[in-house]
Design a protein around this ligand. Structure first.
Ligand SMILES: Cc1cc2nc3c(=O)[nH]c(=O)nc-3n(C[C@H](O)[C@H](O)[C@H](O)COP(=O)(O)OP(=O)(O)OC[C@H]3O[C@@H](n4cnc5c(N)ncnc54)[C@H](O)[C@@H]3O)c2cc1C
Length: 336
């Protein structure tokens, strides 16, 4: 029997499995090679599905390359509720004692992971950008701070599971050998759990009006310098005046939740784009972002700092306040 188990939360996404699961499974598989080299046996890769996982979701989990699929069922688990879900997961963790538990930094993951951490008295590293096992066998969780300028290496040396959340879109999905995972049903005792508080009633998917960034010919990209959600709408407005356009973002803008979704992030951990025109507003020009835009035909950058790094890769440099300039541009375009 294998000693270690890596749990990966398989979040329901309108009847399908959220893409974060497949990304985390690929990363877990990579980590597992180090575990196998150090321990002589790999960890068991386990998908963890809570609630009424439908037939389609279960099939994709069984075929995903995991060794085991834990199917947690119970009368209170049909509808997402963070208190009930985290209690169900707590009971599973107490029974199975996973070594690592990975969650996507999704709406559910960011609620459940810290709640589980508190209930199990263990550490949680949130919004990790990389995960690895170091030479001493420690599970190292890289967490950026100060807009990505500093990377903190987090370890949880004394308690299990070691819980980490990762933004969807960061890790590449690799095709894993299919091996028909074993399904294990788990029925937690939830009679005493309060199922009030936050309850999922309906799902509204944010509509993306524009093309995917890697298909767009014109990209209006916003960075941390856009300042707030309301200013972000300006990017959408300006993009709407161009055909085959899309709004892109940098990581800090995504972390602030201004951007529509993680699929619009450009750079090392996001998309690489090659538009005819790229307009970047409030973007410093960090290498992690610039490497994703350097094949653009024409780059216009707006930054209030005349020495901003982004200007080195720009064909046209505009020094000034991005909100004022985009507002003026929008006004001008509306008259044409
Ligand atoms: C492993 C790793 C992977 C990463 N992957 C990515 C990635 O794929 N994509 C990505 O984008 N980042 C990525 N990052 C983060 C990256 O390193 C930078 O932190 C990020 O690109 C900076 O985003 P920003 O330019 O929006 O913010 P900041 O660096 O904070 O820059 C904001 C800029 O806005 C300007 N500004 C402020 N107010 C205004 C205003 N009113 N008008 C005009 N200008 C203004 C400022 O002068 C500044 O230059 C990654 C980091 C790590 C560690």
């Amino acid at each position: 029997m294998r000693d270690k188990k890596i749990f990966i939360y398989a979040e329901d996404d309108c009847g399908k499995v959220n893409s974060a699961y497949f990304e985390l499974l690929s990363k877990a598989c990579e980590i597992n090679k180090t575990i196998e080299a150090q321990d002589g046996a790999p960890a068991e890769l386990c998908a963890v599905a809570v609630g009424a996982a439908g037939e389609e979701a279960m099939k994709s989990l069984v075929d995903s390359g995991a060794d085991v699929v834990y199917n947690i069922k119970g009368s209170k688990l049909d509808v997402y509720n963070p208190s009930v879900f985290s209690e169900a997961l707590t009971q599973l963790c107490k029974a199975e004692v996973p070594y690592i538990f990975l969650f996507g930094s999704t709406a559910q993951g960011t609620e459940i992971a810290p709640t589980l951490g508190v209930k199990l008295h263990t550490g949680v590293a949130a919004h990790c950008v990389d995960l690895r096992i170091d030479g001493e066998g420690a599970f190292v969780q890289d967490v950026p701070a100060f807009g990505g300028k500093v990377i903190g290496e987090i370890i949880t040396p004394d308690t299990l599971p070691q819980i980490a959340t990762v933004k969807p879109g960061l890790f590449q999905v690799t095709k894993l050998p299919s091996k028909a995972a074993k399904i294990v049903s788990f029925q937690p005792i939830l009679d005493e759990v309060e199922s009030g508080g936050i309850v999922l009633k309906e799902v509204h998917i944010k509509k993306r009006n524009s093309l995917p960034v890697d298909k767009a010919e014109v990209i209006i990209c916003g960075g941390f310098g856009m300042g707030c959600d309301e200013n972000w709408e300006l990017l959408e407005k300006v993009a709407n005046y161009f055909e085959k356009s899309a709004v892109g973002c940098t990581r800090p803008a995504l972390d602030e939740d201004w951007a529509v979704d993680e699929g619009t992030m450009i750079g090392t951990s996001g998309k690489t784009v090659r538009p005819k025109l790229y307009i970047g507003a409030g973007i410093s020009g960090a290498m992690h972002h610039v490497c994703g835009i350097s094949d653009s035909d024409f780059i216009i950058s707006i930054n209030k700092d005349e020495n901003a790094e982004i200007f080195k890769t720009s064909d046209l440099k505009i020094v000034g306040d991005a909100v004022r300039i985009l507002t003026a541009l929008e006004k001008r375009l509306s008259k044409e």
